[in-house]
Ligand binder design. Structure first.
Ligand SMILES: Nc1nc2c(ncn2[C@@H]2O[C@H](COP(=O)(O)OP(=O)(O)OP(=O)(O)O)[C@@H](O)[C@H]2O)c(=O)[nH]1
Ligand SMILES: [Mg+2]
Ligand SMILES: [Zn+2]
Length: 220
């Protein structure tokens, strides 16, 4: 998954929905923080904070830039012999990265709108490319919001790896980790073992009416 914290800004809520969906389909995710060349010192602190949240949740995180050859080479090596998908908001640099990975490709890229600090939905359909250096990459259109389609809320906590690990310690085996007494998940949040923002996303997903809010319009 490709994330940027400036132009455009990706929220923890969006990342968490993306990750939960990937977990439900058993798709491993690496979180790539792109455009590192653009970040001011105060942005770097935010990146560090995001990385600590997602490393603690069990995800591999990398700081990359389409303009830094070493990080592009790192991606090439990772993709060799594999099939990967680049997902994320419009404008985070999915197509630009694929162009950087293989000089034979010339995918269309779009400028970030100055007004909205957001991408312009340049890529309009998913397409797979074979890299000269080996492996396959699927470029996808920018995702605006993430719906949890056909989702069984009872199992949601199983899709947050750091929650899944401790939920056998809850008193009730059907604990939803919301208001139940002796809930190991809530205790872990209080103790800072599970990050507040991850738990907040969990509660938000448990409470939201996904069918109403998201089903209609995943791609803007
Ligand atoms: N400074 C900097 N700019 C980047 C980087 N990666 C991408 N960009 C710029 O970000 C803008 C959007 O890049 P795209 O590759 O079109 O983004 P996308 O994720 O494919 O967007 P959609 O196709 O709309 O989903 C372009 O102006 C790129 O030049 C980076 O690492 N550093
Ligand atoms: Mg694109
Ligand atoms: Zn619980």
């Amino acid at each position: 998954m490709i994330v940027t914290l400036v132009a455009p800004q990706t929220t923890t809520g969006f990342i968490d929905r993306f990750l939960v969906t990937a977990e439900a389909y058993h798709i491993p995710v690496t979180i790539l923080f792109n455009k590192m060349d653009l970040y001011e010192p105060e942005d770097l602190e935010v990146v560090e904070n995001f990385i600590s949240i997602y490393k603690d949740a069990g995800y591999e995180c990398r700081q990359i830039s389409a303009t830094i050859p070493e990080t592009v080479q790192f991606l090439r090596d990772e993709i060799k012999g594999n099939k990967v998908m680049f997902g994320g908001h419009s404008g985070v640099g999915k197509s630009t990265l694929i162009n950087a990975l293989d000089p034979n490709l010339d995918l269309k890229t779009g400028k970030i709108s100055v007004q909205h600090l957001a991408g312009q939905h340049t890529t309009t359909f998913a397409e797979m490319f074979e890299l000269t250096s080996g492996g396959f990459v699927i470029d996808t259109p920018g995702i605006r919001a993430f719906g949890l389609i056909d989702f069984d809320k009872e199992n949601l906590s199983h899709y947050l790896p750091e929650m899944q690990e401790i939920l056998p310690n809850c008193k009730f085996n059907n604990c939803q980790h919301l208001n139940e007494p002796h809930c190991a998940v809530k205790k872990a949040v209080e103790e800072g073992v599970i990050h507040e923002s991850r738990y907040a996303s969990y509660v938000s997903m448990m409470n939201s009416d996904e069918d109403e809010t998201y089903r209609k319009d995943i791609y803007k």
